[in-house]
Design a binder for this molecule. Sequence first.
Ligand code: MRU
Length: 346
Amino acid sequence: MSFRTIEWRDDKVIMIDQTRLPSEEVYNEYTDFQGVAEAIRGMIIRGAPAIGVAAAMGVALGARGIIADTHESFFKQLDNVCDVLARTRPTAVNLFWAIQRMRRVAEANRDKDLHSIRAILKAEAISIEEEDLRICKTLGANGAALIKDGATILTHCNAGGLATAGYGTALGVIRAARDAGKKIRVFADETRPWLQGARLTSWELMKDGIPVTLISDNMAGFFMKKGEIDCVVVGADRIAANGDTANKIGTYSVAVLAKENRIPFYVAAPISTLDLTLKSGDEIPIEERTASEVTHIQGVSLAPEGVTVRNPAFDVTPARYVTAIITEKGVVRGDFEAGLKALVGQ
Ligand code: MRU
C-alpha cells in the first residue's frame, strides 16, 4: 500500500488523518489514550477493523501512561482506559472485540511485573494490526473467486485499506480480483453525509491504479437497471447471528436495489465483525452523529439554520438481501445462522 492507515512507531501511534483526505495526506501522532479516543470519535480513523486496531493501540498507550505502585491500582486504571475507548463509537463490534482481547491478555498476565504487562500489551496491539492485514488478504482471496473477469463492482462507503490495517475487506476482494488478473472496474457511491466513497474510496483506488467511477448515492439504481453493475461488495460494522448486517447508512437501500435488479450483494468482513450474541440486526446499536454532518459540507452550510435533522450513521441490511458473507475462514451462503456458527467454531 502506498499509505499506512495506522502504526505503532517509537512508542507513538501514527494515523493518517482521514478527515483531511483527499486534499492533504497528513499523519498525526498520539502519545496518550485520550488522543486515540478523540481520533476514533472524530473519525480521524474510521472503519470497523481500523478502529479495533486503534483501540488496541490506545489500550497499550494507556497502560504505558499509568502510574501505579500496586497491581490493584494498575488494573483499576487500565479498566478506565478501556472504558473511555469503548465509549467512542457504538456500532462497530471490532472496537469492543479488540478492547476485550487486550483486557484478557492483561488479566492472563496478572502475575507478571507491571513493566512486563505493559510490554505484553504493546506486543498484542501490534499483533492485532499485523493479523488484520493478513486476514484482509485471505478474505480478499476468498472473495475474488466470486468476481467474474470484466465485472463492474459497486461499493458503498470505504471498506478499504483506510478502514483496516491495510488492503481492506470489500476493497480487499476487489484488490485480490485485480491481482488474480481479472479486469475489473469499480463504481463508488459517494456515501453522504460523510463522503467516505467520494473522499476515501476514490482516492485509495486511484492511488492503486484500479479504475473507479464516482457516482452520487441516488444514481446506484439507475446504473443497476441499465445493466452496468455486475455485483455489489460492501464491508460491515457488525453482523448478527442470523446474517443481518450493519454497515454505513445507505447500504440497505443498495441491497434492496440489488435484489430488485437480480444483482449479487456480497458482504466482506473478518470474523471479528461477527456478533453472534445478537440474534438479529434489530439488536445492533446504531450511532447517531451530529446534525452538522448533514447540514454542512466542509464547513459550507447547505440547509436553513435550525432545520430538524436526523443522522443515523449506519443501517441494517436484513440477511435475505445478502447473497453471501465473505470471511477469512470461508464464504457463507444460504443458512447464515448455521454457516456463521460453524465458521466461528472452526
Ligand atoms: O462511519 P465509518 O466510516 O467508520 O463507517 C465505516 C463503514 O461503514 C465500513 O463500511 C465498515 O466499517 C467496514 S470497514 C472494512
